[in-house]
Design a protein around this ligand. Structure first.
Ligand code: PEP
Ligand code: MN
Length: 354
């Protein structure tokens, strides 16, 4: 099944550059939403309003949305005609949202991790011609993300997008949810025509970092952005730290720089050839390394030694980090050598098993 281009998802206004989906984390009052609709009507680059009606909160006493807002949205839509996208987490949400004229849906990170829930939502949308965007699950499990897309494909939804909102698995504390771009590349290889949207708000977690992360999303090659904005972020009932003040939203868009060329250039091809040569060496060296671990395994069998030597591994990590000679790369080196060592142990055990 071919995916429909995001340019054909909504008839409200032409999508000149990227798809811009923006709005408050959650619906709080009629006035709050009206301010959003007014600015979105004037801001030509703003294509769709996102609104959280049902909020999946981690703690039970947090504000979890306001279903009465469906009435406000219906009224505002009849005045301003703007398309609205909401998060749905069960078939009841879908039914109610459709009843109130909601145009598009997204599936939240917490829901995508639950295949029963995703299946039920997908079944409730069978045969509908609505855009559905699927956030990555909270943890970096690409099969869950892929499976969720497949469930919507199976019920005939072809206006499908994925939203990268980062993973709560992280290297450090700077960002709320770290992006893992290689998983987006992987998803694109499963679903070549799918629309890719970046959610810099949930990645950043802090409004001062949102412009930088949004630029990363655009520079990476996302087709669109989903951004949280609020007339008075400091008073927001959910995600107050990460929402861009509505009054600053246009200047936020002004500062984004879009890549002009998609694909490649001769100069880039020259660098890519050099990268290919280096990668060829890396792969060949990894194979040579494995050949030596075969000999090591046979020797350990002969000498009746155990496979692992914890002290040796820790020493190995220290030297590799020193050789890399860049403190900023230490975690990267550590991750690579954990993977290499894991492969080595598995390989040695497979020889022990023979
Ligand atoms: C949201 O978009 O407001 C939200 C709850 O996001 P996520 O599912 O990515 O946490
Ligand atoms: Mn939010």
């Amino acid at each position: 099944m071919e995916f429909s281009s995001f340019r054909d998802w909504f008839s409200y206004r032409e999508i000149a550059q990227n798809l811009i989906i923006a709005g408050p984390c959650s619906a709080e009052s009629f006035d709050q939403l009206e301010e959003i609709f007014k600015v979105a009507t004037d801001e030509q680059r703003w294509n769709v309003i996102r609104i959280g009606i049902w909020k999946p909160r981690s703690r039970p006493d947090s504000f979890d949305g306001n279903e009465a807002s469906l009435h406000w949205i219906k009224e505002l839509k009849s005045i301003y005609k703007l398309p609205v996208m909401v998060e749905v987490a069960n078939p009841r949400h879908v039914e109610l949202a459709l009843k109130f004229g909601i145009d598009a849906f997204w599936i939240g990170a917490r829901t995508v991790g639950l295949p029963f829930a995703v299946e039920e939502i997908a079944q409730s949308m069978r045969g509908l011609n609505v855009p559905v965007c699927i956030k990555n699950p909270v943890g970096p499990d690409v099969s869950l993300w892929r499976g969720a897309v497949e469930r919507f494909q199976k019920v005939g939804i072809n206006k499908l997008g994925i939203i990268h909102r980062g993973f709560s698995w992280h290297y450090g504390q700077k960002l709320r949810n770290w992006p893992l771009w290689s998983l987006v590349v992987q998803m694109k290889s499963y679903f070549p025509g799918i629309t890719v949207i970046g959610d810099p708000s949930h990645m950043a977690g802090l409004k001062s970092l949102v412009p930088m992360i949004a630029q990363d999303c655009i520079s990476f090659g996302c087709d669109g952005l989903m951004v949280e904005t609020h007339p008075e972020p400091e008073k927001a009932l959910s995600d107050p730290l990460q929402q861009i003040p509505l009054a600053e939203f246009s200047s936020f868009l002004n500062n984004l720089k879009y890549p002009k060329v998609k694909g490649t250039t001769t100069e880039l091809e020259f660098f890519r050839m050099q990268i290919d040569e280096i990668d060829q060496k890396i792969v060949q060296l990894l194979k040579s390394r494995e050949d030596i671990t075969s000999q090591i395994a046979n020797m350990k069998i002969k000498e009746q030694l155990q496979v692992v030597d914890y002290q040796r591994f820790n020493e190995m990590l220290q030297t590799r980090k020193l050789w890399y000679a860049d403190p900023e790369g230490e975690e990267f080196i550590e991750k690579i050598f954990h993977l290499i060592h894991e492969k080595s142990i598995q390989h040695q055990l497979s020889i022990f098993d023979k």
